[in-house]
Design a protein around this ligand. Structure first.
Ligand code: GN1
Ligand code: MG
Length: 360
């Protein structure tokens, strides 16, 4: 606490710190709320630099993206802008937005007051979220800077499949002998090639990359008390990707009838009402810049993300849980089972999804 207070005080913050307490439940960074005696306070985050290896590039991306959005909101006469886009606080007497002692990295952003996040949404909120993420991509579509990849090839399915095969080869935790592991592996291998379609289309020049959020989990969107979308948070992975990333990752979390790590696998089911509402909102704000290939492949995006997430959780399980935070030894295996069940549920609804997309 004392150490964190000292770090927070290196930033150009207003007021005196009265408390620092944990915030949120992300699987990568450590996040705290800094309460001050003046104003709404701040969010202090320890950046996981084992995962985000180039913090300079990371912070540069985030600052470019948020300033670009802020300028647009200002130009359009928007009010209450501090609740509609994140603001990163520089160090005192410096333009730099992160603190480091050479081994740990910390940053501070303004806390958004009277805002809430949800772990689940109803169709109405899913529609708003679709609009908001389409709008986010649209606002960043003319950003004049070239953003870097904060995690190179983050949503590259070919790479994720390869990483799984490497984990299986090395088997560092000795988990590959488990019959269930073999079972899951077989199922993943059966679908891997088909799920790598995006990379092939990219190589053929028929699928573009655009600036996307790349972590559109439902809890990365802030709403006000009346259910209006305020802003999108968790911007570490804002980078060039396929639009499928944002559609797919939202649906993966919002349209699953249970949480991504629920052990109640028989309750995992893809909710078509959430899908329809999200796609409707998304196409309303994004169809002006989307190509036909992108639009036609939204059902594929819905399948790709549970699949990719299953592959990532599974590889981490086989590697002995080195990437995602876990709360018990089989956590990553449970997550894998859950995401594979969701994937099956999506696959069974592909035609229905395509019919719906075409009807819009
Ligand atoms: C991680 O940081 P968090 O918990 O929002 C992960 C996402 C995964 C997600 C699974 C940088 O997101 O890609 O989809 O966990 N972020 C990174 O819950 O790997
Ligand atoms: Mg998050």
């Amino acid at each position: 606490m004392e150490k964190m207070r000292n770090i927070a005080e290196c930033f150009d913050i207003r007021g005196n710190i009265t408390d620092i307490r944990p915030l949120g439940n992300g699987l990568i960074n450590d996040t705290f709320r800094v309460v001050t005696d003046e104003g709404p306070g701040y969010v202090l985050q320890k950046i996981n630099n084992a995962i985000f290896k180039d913090v300079e590039l990371l912070q540069n991306n985030i600052v470019c993206a948020t300033s670009h959005i802020r300028a647009k909101l200002e130009k359009s006469g928007e009010t209450d802008i501090d609740r509609k886009v994140l603001r990163f606080v520089p160090l005192k007497g410096s333009a730099r937005t992160y603190w480091t002692d050479g081994s740990t990295y910390w940053r501070v952003s303004a806390f958004i007051p009277d805002a809430v996040t949800y772990e689940t949404v109803n169709p109405e909120y899913s529609y708003y979220a679709g609009k908001a993420f389409g709008n986010f991509q649209s606002m960043l579509s003319d950003i004049p800077y070239k953003l870097g990849e904060t995690i190179p090839d983050f949503h590259n399915m070919e790479l994720r499949a390869r990483q799984l095969e490497e984990a299986v080869q090395a088997d560092p935790a000795g988990r590959c002998a488990e019959p269930e592991v073999q079972e899951i592996l077989k199922e993943i291998r059966r679908h891997a090639e088909e799920m790598c379609k995006a990379e092939r289309m990219y190589r053929e020049g028929v699928l573009p990359k655009r600036i996307c959020h790349c972590d559109t989990k439902v809890n990365n969107m802030m709403f006000d008390k009346d259910g209006n979308v305020l802003c999108v948070i968790d911007l570490d992975t804002v980078m060039p990707s396929f639009v499928f990333s944002d559609v797919g990752d939202f649906l993966r979390t919002a349209a699953n009838k249970v949480a991504e790590d629920s052990p109640e696998i028989d309750k995992v089911e893809f909710d078509m009402d959430i899908f329809r509402a999200f796609i409707k909102g998304y196409l309303e704000s994004a169809s002006s810049f989307l190509t036909d290939v992108e639009k036609d492949n939204l059902p594929y995006a819905a399948a790709l993300f549970p699949f990719m997430q299953a592959v990532r959780f599974f590889a981490d399980y086989i590697n002995g849980d080195t990437y995602y935070k876990i709360r018990y030894p089989e956590h990553n295996l449970v997550r894998t089972r859950n995401q594979m069940a969701l994937f099956r549920s999506v696959i069974a609804r592909q035609n229905e999804m395509s019919d719906f997309c075409r009807s819009l």
